[in-house]
Design a protein around this ligand. Structure first.
Ligand SMILES: Nc1nc2c(ncn2[C@@H]2O[C@H](COP(=O)(O)OP(=O)(O)OP(=O)(O)O)[C@@H](O)[C@H]2O)c(=O)[nH]1
Ligand SMILES: [Mg+2]
Length: 219
């Protein structure tokens, strides 16, 4: 009975993820699912990313948090449509939650939709939201050991961003070791180091997003 219930839930999740993907592909909206532990800098990176994209692209955000719409308010202040999901204790977003929010967007008008997942280095990795890319953000103060210690997250992502490199002079973190740890568990994943605060390295991330958008509109 328990196995049957789990199978049904998974089937439902897959159906919702495919439903979302179909909508995103039809409207040619690039969708990027941003994941990290709490405080790694997802919202800050999104703020700085949006500032660099809004001249050329229509951007929107689905913002996931257990409670409050504080992050959503930060992004709305930049003039982008941001829809909040509060999971009230849930440790990840799932495809059904995203599907329920799709009608709130005019997807045909949106070039890039970011999904900020719940701050958590474990649960969000297991859920397909129908996104085109999964991006993990790890920040320098969290330490070098996180990639090997939380492989489920880093194995399932298309890119790992190391954020807060402005703190490298003060906090022990070996970028080369992190890159080789990532290479070992996920050889096809991209690796980018940047500082959302100073802007160092943001250009490579923006270039990647623009290329991903072009790919998405060609499909
Ligand atoms: N030094 C430094 N601080 C940063 C950087 N990026 C973000 N921060 C700071 O890190 C803290 C957390 O940043 P957020 O962007 O709120 O992190 P988050 O991942 O969205 O957090 P949750 O939504 O709670 O999971 C804030 O105080 C930011 O100012 C960075 O590149 N360098
Ligand atoms: Mg945030």
């Amino acid at each position: 009975m328990k196995v049957k219930l789990q199978e049904d839930v998974l089937k439902d999740q897959n159906l919702s993820a495919n439903f979302n993907r179909e909508h995103f592909n039809t409207s040619k909206t690039l969708v990027v699912n941003m994941m990290s532990s709490p405080g790694a800098g997802k919202t800050t990176l999104l703020e700085e990313t949006i500032k660099l994209l809004v001249d050329q692209y229509t951007v929107a955000v689905i913002e996931g948090d257990l409670a409050t719409d504080r992050d959503a308010e930060r992004l709305r202040a930049l003039g982008v449509q941001t829809v909040q999901i509060n999971t009230v204790g849930g440790c990840h977003l799932d495809a059904r939650m995203i599907a329920k929010k799709i009608p709130e967007f005019d997807l045909e008008e949106i070039d890039i939709l970011f999904i900020e997942n719940i701050g958590n280095l474990v649960c969000p990795s297991g859920y397909d939201l129908g996104q085109h890319y999964k991006v993990a953000v790890l920040s320098v103060p969290e330490g070098n050991d996180k990639i090997p210690k939380y492989p489920v997250m880093f194995r399932r992502t298309d890119m790992t961003i190391i954020n807060k490199i402005d703190l490298l002079p003060y906090v022990p973190f070996d970028l080369e070791e992190a890159e080789s740890d990532l290479q070992f568990i996920n050889p096809s994943a991209k690796f980018q180091a940047l500082s959302a605060k100073t802007g160092e390295g943001l250009d490579r991330w923006i270039t990647w997003l623009k290329e991903a958008y072009q790919q998405c509109t060609k499909q």
